[in-house]
Design a protein around this ligand. Structure first.
Ligand code: NCD
Length: 342
């Protein structure tokens, strides 16, 4: 694996490898010294052409925990034309010796472009491109679901897929790269996915996606569901009116207090409520739902660091220069200090 651009072309074995490596990375996060020397001397550039809080900070924390050097480059607001600005920027980064470029761009396909050209020889990680894909978000979501599923089934998550798990992804599917990346990855991992949205917020051709589609949230809950992933209503990508009023939207499509009670009434005591953030509280999710014991919102953020450590580690340790040791080689804090002093 040279780049991580999408989940659509991610094989089952690579997906499981990333999830398993993230479990090892997560164990590092539980230690007093949260750092591994694995990527010492490597440079990771965060190239963000679009706003981000969680994703950018998470990649920064991940790279730093692996001892890489991190350069944050907020390219938002650049007035140069798309192709040129990307090329110029990439060549600048190449000149600085970037080993990995984490790119978020408003244009769908920008990370693929960067990976396909000879502008730069770095590993490219897609941190969200337009309405297309957001692979590390889907991986951290799958990681969160896999842990939950393993706990419920009394099994270990290592090596496991998500066969048998029922997942509803609800809301603004049309503008959501999170939904797309999740549909592809969850299909690969064997989960059953239902998209729940108003017809106006579903993309053309959704009938060909490997999932079911419903226009009715309550019916979907009644059928039984193990995880409900709420999507943000992406106002910034809407150039028209996609639903009558925000009140109507939250009543029909949002996860409100009534639906929280519905889960209890249906006896779905283990169903989790997910959201990639940032949340529009009171619109697609009520505060009671977001803060309930079912909510995995903060666990998702935590797991994001482990997933991004795994992605950076797997992409960069395949580098032909000084080989990086496996995470297991640094299994204790003492091992870390020994390596450091040599
Ligand atoms: C998502 C994104 O940027 O696509 N957020 C994230 O990465 N945590 C979802 C969103 O913005 O709604």
């Amino acid at each position: 694996m040279k780049h991580l651009l999408s989940t659509e072309d991610l094989s089952l074995s690579n997906a499981i490898r990333i999830l398993d490596t993230a479990e090892e990375m997560s164990a590092v996060g539980d230690r007093e010294v949260k750092k591994l020397p694995a990527l010492r001397g490597r440079t990771v550039v965060n190239l963000f052409f679009e706003d981000s809080t969680r994703t950018r900070i998470s990649f920064e924390a991940a790279a730093k925990r692996l001892s890489a050097d991190v350069i944050n480059f907020a390219a938002k607001g650049s007035s140069v034309s798309k192709g040129e600005s990307l090329k110029d920027t990439a060549q600048t980064l190449a000149a600085m010796g970037a080993d990995a470029v984490v790119i978020r761009h408003w244009a769908s396909g920008a990370p693929h472009r960067l990976a396909a050209t000879d502008w730069i020889d770095a590993a490219v990680i897609n941190a969200g491109d337009g309405t297309h894909e957001h692979p590390t978000q889907a991986l951290l979501d799958a990681f969160t679901m896999r842990r939950h599923w393993a706990t419920l089934n009394g099994t270990s998550s290592a090596g496991a897929d998500l066969r048998g798990m029922r997942v509803a992804i609800a809301g603004d599917v049309l503008h959501s790269r999170v939904a797309r990346s999740n549909v592809w990855l969850l299909r690969t991992l064997g989960a059953e996915v239902t998209l729940v949205a108003p017809p106006t917020l579903l993309p053309i051709g959704v009938g060909q996606w490997p999932c079911s589609v419903s226009y009715n949230m309550d019916e979907t809950l009644e059928k039984g569901v193990d995880a409900v992933m709420m999507l943000r209503v992406q106002g910034e990508r809407m150039n028209a009116s996609f639903f009558p009023t925000t009140r109507e939207y939250s009543r029909r499509w949002g996860f409100d207090d009534n639906r929280l009670r519905t889960l209890d009434r249906l006896g779905l005591k283990d169903t989790i409520i997910m959201h990639p953030g940032p949340m529009n509280r009171g619109l697609e999710i009520s505060s009671a739902a977001a803060d309930s014991h079912r909510s995995t919102v903060l666990a998702q953020v935590r797991n994001g660091v482990s997933i991004r450590m795994a992605a950076l580690y797997l992409l960069l340790s395949g580098d032909t220069r000084e080989p990086a040791a496996t995470p297991a080689a640094y299994s204790t804090n003492a091992a870390y200090s020994t390596k450091e002093s040599h």
